[in-house]
Design a protein around this ligand. Structure first.
Ligand SMILES: [Fe+2]
Length: 396
């Protein structure tokens, strides 16, 4: 995911002509939106004086905050667990453990014992139950356990064991911190990732440099095997309060902050990374979009999972299409974060992304601020409903 405007599902062509406050023609905020819509026609200096400032302040990490090192897994509830299990297999997850008929743990081929926990929904509705980040060490985990509203539980039943802190936010979302899991053993020395599609792949030959000599690129159809969960993000009603909570208690730092095209005094989206000092960290692991006025409650926009390379992406895309799952947007290349992306709808209507070749940053990378704009450098036209919570359409 790359920019706030994309979350709204507008075409690149339409970006210049439209704005956030003009987005909705429905529901409760119609009058308000009409008023703000009117304001957008005023000269910039005037409209930005009338509309209150909504800044996203810069943050710095410090040792008093809980230090997290990566996103380990995510929790989702699905009305039809078997149907999701079929999707998961086609998407490239591997089933690690089934706990009765209620819970399935899916893994990637990275160090995490699992990356996605799917549970049968008791309410019959899909629900996101939060991300689980891995604490740097026991001391950081203990710090998280002392945060207001935190509760600690054992993860004995889960593959790899460990302990988990859960924090319930006032807006009904959840945030988890884990520590003590037994990690999977990864043999990174083989030089090639596990694959379900690649028979033989050498380096790319370029016009000026032929590095693959007498060796052939050979592939077959199959799913795009997932390495890890890379990022997720909310369209958030309580954006300022939630950002304050996350950035004051954890080592989340802004990579890119975007402001509204018509109101430069309204910051609308941030892509955050984990500050790991000199160590390199994914450009975004968590993004937060200020919800447009017509959005009634905070929802997850999408979660995203890393795959090996471009060929994996494209073959995985064909595989999901062949299995009749619903494509959302892709394959394309994002601007902020640079990922090659491919978005799909899972069996419950959650948007879920394969990505490859993302940027990494470290403490020397400065936070950038810019206007929200086009979000892909190439790829299909952005679908109009990209910002919509599709789980609401089928499971009201
Ligand atoms: Fe994304």
């Amino acid at each position: 995911m790359a920019a706030w405007t994309a979350l709204r599902g507008e075409s690149i062509k339409g970006l210049k002509a439209r704005n956030w406050l003009k987005a909705s023609e429905s529901r409760t905020s119609k009058a308000m939106i009409s008023a703000l819509d009117f304001l957008s026609y005023l000269p910039r200096f005037l409209r930005e004086r009338i509309v209150p400032n909504m800044p996203i302040p810069e943050v710095k990490n410090d040792p008093s905050k809980v230090q997290l090192i990566r996103l380990g897994h995510v929790y989702f509830e699905h009305p039809d667990l078997n149907k999701f299990a079929q999707f998961a297999k086609d998407f490239g997850f591997v089933e690690e453990k089934k706990d009765g008929n209620e819970t399935i743990y899916f893994r990637g081929y990275g160090k995490d014992p699992y990356v996605y926990v799917a549970t049968k929904s008791k309410t019959g509705k899909p629900r996101f139950l939060g991300p689980a980040f891995v604490a740097r060490d026991q001391a950081e985990f203990d710090k998280a356990a002392k945060l207001p509203g935190a509760s600690v539980r054992s993860m004995d039943r889960a593959p790899g064991g460990g302990q988990q802190v859960t924090i319930t936010r006032p807006n009904g979302t959840f945030f988890h911190v884990v520590y003590g899991q037994t990690e999977r053993k990864i043999d990174a020395n083989t030089g090639a990732e596990p694959t379900a599609t690649h028979d033989s792949q050498g380096p790319f030959n370029t016009p000026f440099e032929k590095r693959r000599l007498g060796q052939f690129q050979r592939y077959h159809e199959g799913p795009a095997l997932v390495h890890k969960v890379g990022h997720f993000g909310y369209v958030c009603k309580e954006c300022d309060e939630e950002l304050e909570f996350y950035t004051s208690n954890f080592n989340f730092v802004h990579s890119d902050i975007l402001w509204h095209p018509q109101f430069s005094n309204i910051d609308v989206l941030t892509f955050m990374h984990l500050d790991l000092g000199k160590e390199w960290s994914d450009h975004h692991i968590f993004f937060m979009q200020r919800a447009p006025p017509e959005v009634e409650e905070t929802y997850i926009h999408h979660s995203s999972y890393e795959v090996a390379d471009f060929d994996t992406q494209l073959i995985g895309h064909e595989w999901l299409a062949k299995k009749k799952w619903k494509p959302v947007w892709g394959v394309g290349r994002h601007i902020l974060g640079s990922q090659i992306f491919d978005y799909w709808l899972d069996s419950s209507g959650f948007k879920i992304e394969h990505y490859a070749d993302g940027d990494v940053v470290n403490e020397d990378t400065e936070t950038r601020r810019e206007v929200a704009g086009p979000i892909s450098v190439w790829g299909p036209e952005l679908p109009k409903d990209f910002g919509t919570d599709m789980t609401k359409l089928s499971f009201q």
